[in-house]
Write a protein that binds this ligand. Structure first.
Ligand code: PXP
Length: 245
């Protein structure tokens, strides 16, 4: 029997649309509640330093109104740590963050960032928050996650999604190798970034990946089919590829 594959729906870009005008619509918390109804196993939100999409108030309301697990994506900064410890989400995914980037470009350098990251991983773990590190599909980064005491890694699928032809096959091979290595060294393995209906199946087929976090495509597709159908379509493709449907 294949392992279940969880879907974390990232609602950041519902907030992006809201913030384009200011005001309250569309409401990312309503999107989160609908996402769970449509088959999401959890909600993911990235509170960025510049608050370009999700706001502090969104995190507060998500914690009050959504009972599904919340995965807070956060940079390793004192400010974000304070916020995470205050809200105690189910999970925190530590991501690299550059102010000028459009989205999270590249994974965290867990290998050379050990001394900076260690206190963040420890403090989050002590608070009972499941910590993951968003890393490139590279064995060295996974070994560094083990050394840091992080129980989970999320593999960056951005390069795989952007590549075409043989390049994509190469990136898929890197992801497959990293996911197998994760299991061998005792890490729970997640994946995400840039996934769409066209790219999700080969990732869902990798048996040691147990969670995908997907946002931008789902919110975009929702413009055409509505958020619930957009999510259901992803769930179906994931479950079919995994051999669960
Ligand atoms: N996982 C992580 C760690 C991310 O930073 C992001 C983007 O915020 C995602 C998954 C989702 O990426 P996308 O919005 O491209 O599906």
């Amino acid at each position: 029997m294949p392992r279940p594959l969880r879907l974390g729906v990232n609602i950041d870009h519902v907030a992006t649309i809201r913030n384009a005008r200011g005001g309250r619509f569309p409401d990312p918390v309503r999107a989160a509640l609908l996402a769970v109804e449509a088959g999401a196993d959890g909600i993911t939100a990235h509170l960025r330093e510049d608050r370009r999409h999700i706001s502090d108030a969104d995190i507060e309301t998500l914690r009050e109104q959504v009972t599904a697990p919340l995965n807070l994506e956060m940079a390793a900064t004192e400010e974000m740590l304070r916020i995470a410890l205050r809200h105690k989400p189910h999970a925190a995914c530590i991501v690299p963050e550059k102010r000028e980037e459009r989205t999270t470009e590249g994974g965290l350098d867990a290998a050379s960032g050990h001394n900076h990251l260690k206190p963040f991983v420890s403090a989050l773990r002590e608070a009972g928050i499941r910590v993951s590190l968003f890393v490139e599909p590279d064995r060295k980064q996974l070994d560094a996650a083990v050394t840091l005491g992080a129980p989970v890694v999320e593999l960056h699928t951005g390069a795989y999604c952007e590549a075409e032809g043989e390049g994509r096959e190469r990136e898929l091979a890197r992801l497959t190798d990293a996911a197998a290595h994760a299991e061998a060294v005792g890490l729970e393995c997640h994946a995400g970034h840039g996934l769409s209906y066209d790219t999700v199946a080969p990732i869902a087929e990798i048996p040691t990946i147990v969670e995908l976090n997907i946002g931008h495509f789902l919110v975009g597709e929702a413009i055409f089919v509505g958020l619930a159908d957009s999510i259901r379509g992803m769930r179906e493709r994931m479950d079919r590829a995994r051999g669960l449907a």
